[in-house]
Design a protein around this ligand. Structure first.
Ligand code: CA
Length: 529
């Protein structure tokens, strides 16, 4: 009676070979079956495997001559180093990566898709701020100017959680915006504006309700007035700027450690009182500001999770919301797709400028975009950055790209934005927070427990095997697309509806449930001293 029938079903399914080809031109397909397929397996088209092909890895569908292109997503992901017989495992050592596309002669705003119909009638319950932005959580954030204060602030945060938060039941949490910047840095060097504006703009994230409070040491280079210049944090343009609320640990008034901690608690209480008065109200889905990214990618990322996120991105754009995609080294190889999708020639030029800036940044370190792929990516079947990039870009859906942000800038536009960031999960998430995201979507194939303290992170698994094993870490299973039990559209809609529930506070993500919070990690291209 209690016999687990699904195990039998899964066993049968595992025996039926299943491969996925992304484009009619492709001469390879990837193996979808859990555990891969043994040599001798006969694929539905009659092709017999010559090698064991691991799950997510490529099999040659035809004989591929030495020196000819291996095609996936309809584009060359490399050239065969030697002849590859049909039915062979096409692993990374058999491929020579193509050179990066130059930044000259690109198609400029020539390939926008036809506008899709508006999607009206979807709402969520959010916290409307005085500046018009909308929060999905109600959090007190305490900014810091320098790492030196982190230990004192952590001590104070424990007391705030224990002594103050119970008095303010409408406040979800208190977080310290801690970081490694602030002193021992060349603060006037080119590039230093990036970490500084990142910290400033994170303090203004919609989830923090316009309440700005800073803990400073006193002697650091990043003085509070430089972090938050007068006028930068006025809650509405009509309101005069408030005086910046700073607790400075080196002030003469502080005698002993407890005096510093008491000062932080005293100031925090004023902000908590105001935050506690916030109430959720019904707002249109157009108030979502969603950052999408991927991490721990495998060959399924570009087949299941990222296309589902891309479908959802299109739904969000149709609903009038803001969506950011990022990760420069993962889109660099598809720059011609991006400039062609740019809404205007100006947007296309800004895309090119961001790519050129990043090319130069990598050259200074004597690397190129090929430094992106990890051992885990390769084990997961991604041979190189070209293949990874094609699977990464699909998160952006098909809408025209209407805006570009440089690292650390704040978003002020609806529609689809390219927010230039490194692909590093923590740096990308930190920069998307600074841009003002109120919801984060993260796809993963190898698996990562990633989370952020300031916004909910919805994690999407690319494979059912990962979703089963990490059942209390993954929020959505896009592996159903590879299993054949759901379509890209089904999972895209599931994600869209879950986003509205999570944004409303009706549902928590697993990372929120377990309080899994990665550190903020700043992007600082300038020297340290
Ligand atoms: Ca990433």
């Amino acid at each position: 009676m209690d016999r687990p029938r699904h195990a039998d079903d899964a066993g049968r399914a595992a025996l039926k070979p299943h491969t996925i080809r992304m484009h009619d031109r492709d001469n390879v397909a990837i193996v979808a079956n859990d555990g891969g397929l043994p040599p001798g397996t006969v694929l539905p088209g009659g092709l017999s495997l010559r090698d064991r092909v691991p799950q997510g890895h490529k099999v040659a569908l035809v004989d591929i001559a030495a020196g000819t292109p291996v095609l996936r997503y309809g584009i060359p992901i490399g050239r065969a180093i030697q002849a590859i017989a049909a039915g062979s495992w096409v692993h990374e050592r058999l491929l020579q990566m193509p050179a990066a596309r130059g930044l000259e002669g690109l198609p400029i705003a020539t390939g926008q898709a036809a506008p899709q119909p508006r999607l009206d009638g979807h709402t969520f319950e959010g916290y409307r701020n005085a500046d018009g932005s909308v929060g999905t959580r109600n959090i007190l954030a305490i900014s810091t100017t320098v790492q030196c204060v982190a230990g004192v602030l952590d001590f104070a945060l424990q007391r705030i959680r224990a002594e103050l938060l119970p008095k303010f039941p409408n406040v979800d949490d208190v977080v310290g915006l801690e970081h490694g910047y602030g002193c021992g840095v060349a603060i006037d060097a080119p590039g230093a504006e990036i970490p500084i504006r990142t910290l400033r703009n994170i303090s203004l994230n919609p989830n923090f309700g316009g309440e700005v409070m800073v803990v400073s040491l006193g002697c650091e280079k990043l003085q509070p007035e430089r972090l938050m210049p007068p006028g930068s944090f006025a809650i509405t343009p009509a309101e005069p700027a408030q005086a910046l609320n700073v607790v400075r640990l080196q002030d003469d008034a502080h005698v002993g450690f407890m005096s510093m901690v008491d000062s932080i608690l005293r100031q925090a209480e004023h902000h908590l009182e105001r935050l506690d008065a916030r109430r959720r109200e019904t707002v249109p889905a157009s108030e979502l500001v969603v950052g999408v990214q991927c991490g721990g990618s495998d060959a399924f990322s570009g087949v299941t999770a990222n296309p589902a996120v891309g479908f959802c991105t299109d739904l969000l754009v149709r609903a009038g919301a803001s969506v950011m995609f990022s990760e420069t080294t993962e889109v660099r190889d598809g720059i011609d797709q991006l400039t062609s999708r740019a809404a205007t020639p100006e947007v296309a030029q800004r895309l090119i400028d961001e790519m050129a800036w990043y090319d130069a940044y990598l050259q200074r370190g004597k690397v190129d975009r090929s430094a992106n792929t990890t051992p885990g990516n390769k084990q997961g079947g991604l041979s190189n950055i070209v293949e990874k990039a094609m699977g990464s870009i699909v998160k952006s859906g098909s809408a025209p790209i209407s805006n570009v942000l440089s690292p650390g800038e704040k978003l002020g536009a609806k529609g689809l934005t390219y927010a230039a960031t490194p692909a590093s999960d923590f740096i990308c998430g930190t920069l998307q927070l600074a841009a003002g995201m109120n919801l984060h979507v993260f796809t993963t194939g190898r698996g990562t427990p990633y989370g952020l303290a300031a916004v909910p992170v919805i994690k999407v698994a690319t494979r059912s095997d990962l979703a089963r094993r990490w059942h209390d870490l993954m929020d959505v299973n896009a592996g159903t697309i590879a299993d054949g039990s759901a379509t890209v559209e089904d999972v895209g809609w599931e994600l869209f509806r879950l986003m509205l529930d999570v944004a409303s506070g009706r549902k928590k993500t697993w990372a929120e449930h377990w309080k899994l919070h990665n550190a903020l990690v700043l992007f600082n291209p300038a020297p340290v001293t």
